[in-house]
Design a protein around this ligand. Structure first.
Ligand SMILES: Cc1ncc(C[n+]2csc(CCOP(=O)(O)OP(=O)(O)O)c2C)c(N)n1
Ligand SMILES: [Mg+2]
Length: 366
């Protein structure tokens, strides 16, 4: 288990710009392009949303995962259709992998009726149950408890399924983090915790947050903690794929620390003057999208065309979202309270080629 300190790059990363080599033998070229496409889509949607926010069309504030695209895209890409996901405020890539359409996401940000929550909640607090994604609980890191509970249900029912969730470096200081880790360890639950170490929790740097890298804590709760380069989508995919396999094999949870950098302020209102410019400049050299572009371009993929395709898709999605109506106020309380039978979550898109070619235990009927 490697230990990362504030503002550092992963210890196993050579100095300078990383090379184009693949970090997982399980990915076809189509998979590698799909990872890039997901990250491009995430960045383009969030860039468009930031403009909409500045035009006053996005109520509240706006949070993004600029520079962190590899974490949610790579992690979600390793999950099967029947697995369940609990993404947080910087994990748009996970929603995209599961199949949530860009127009619904942009409509969500603007509180429109066609948004994922139909205008009932603000920008990042959403999840589409139809594709196996839980709506985000804002109190951090409560989604760790939710994912642990889901994994408990999978275990009790004897289902070969895994729950995936994320938490921030700052969230590791909260009690819920320890409660979830402890129970997951005691019960050897099929859950994967991705610790999104982006160097800051609002304005608090890592050095003021903990004395020991929190990935070390996995061991004291009785399970494995691994550190991965969070700016490498393929490395994140591989770490989560292995963690999922372990979970399905009855080996319990894994804490995957993805080391990355929050390249924007905490939210759109934050000018992050507390972040040293040289730190940002160093991380800009390690942009996850540029890295993936270099890899697939070397293999003959036209990344300029792919970028143009994604830009056009997001522009069309923005037009669709802008044309969508605001919700009917009379409808405000619908779906807020549970009435009658609980609705089960549906299965999501799982585009990794490994699910099509290998019949994994996760796809066996429960
Ligand atoms: C229990 C709780 N306290 C405070 C907040 C307000 N808040 C939202 S995001 C955030 C920063 C969290 O930092 P970190 O866990 O590192 O995640 P990051 O935003 O860096 O991804 C804070 C303080 C919250 N959502 N929940
Ligand atoms: Mg953080």
């Amino acid at each position: 288990m490697a230990t990362q300190m504030a503002g550092s790059a992963p210890a196993d990363e050579p100095a300078g710009v990383p090379g184009p080599g693949s970090t997982s033998s399980r990915l076809t070229l189509e998979d590698r392009v799909e990872l890039l496409r997901t990250m491009l889509l995430m960045r383009a949607i969030e860039a468009r949303a930031l403009t909409l926010y500045r035009q006053g069309r996005v109520p509240g504030s706006f949070y993004d995962g600029f520079g962190q695209e590899a974490v949610s895209a790579g992690a979600a890409y390793a999950m099967g259709p029947r697995d369940r996901l609990c993404p947080l405020h910087r994990d748009l890539g996970a929603h995209l992998v599961r199949g949530v359409e860009p127009a619904r996401i942009l409509a969500q940000y603007m509180g429109r009726a066609s948004g994922v929550t139909g205008g009932r909640d603000g920008n990042v607090h959403f999840g589409d149950p139809a594709v196996g994604v839980m709506g985000m609980v804002s109190m951090l890191p409560d989604m760790m408890c939710v994912a642990t509970g889901m994994a408990m249900a999978f275990k009790l029912r004897g289902e070969a399924r895994v729950a995936l969730t994320f938490c921030g470096d700052g969230a590791t200081s909260r009690g819920d983090f320890h409660e979830a880790m402890n129970w997951a360890g005691v019960q050897r639950l099929p859950v994967v915790f991705v610790l999104e170490n982006n160097q800051f929790a609002y304005s608090t740097p890592l050095a003021k947050q903990f004395a020991v890298d929190p990935v070390e804590r996995a061991r004291v709760y009785g399970f494995l903690g691994v550190t991965v380069d969070g700016n490498d989508a393929e490395a994140v995919f591989e770490a989560v794929r292995v963690a999922r396999e372990r979970a399905l094999g009855g080996e319990g949870p894994t804490l995957v620390e993805a080391v990355t950098m929050r390249m924007h302020g905490h939210a759109a209102h934050d000018d992050m003057r507390y972040v040293p410019p040289e730190l940002l400049a160093a991380w800009a050299q390690r942009d996850p999208i540029e890295r993936q572009e270099r890899r697939v371009a070397e293999l003959g993929v036209d990344v300029t065309a792919l970028r143009a395709e994604v830009e056009a898709e997001v522009e069309a999605a923005a037009a669709e979202a802008l044309a969508a109506p605001m919700p009917d106020p009379a409808d405000a309380a619908r779906g807020v309270f549970a009435l009658g039978e609980a609705q089960s979550l549906g299965d999501g898109r799982a585009p990794w080629s490994g699910f099509a070619t290998e019949r994994t235990t996760a796809e066996a009927p429960a």
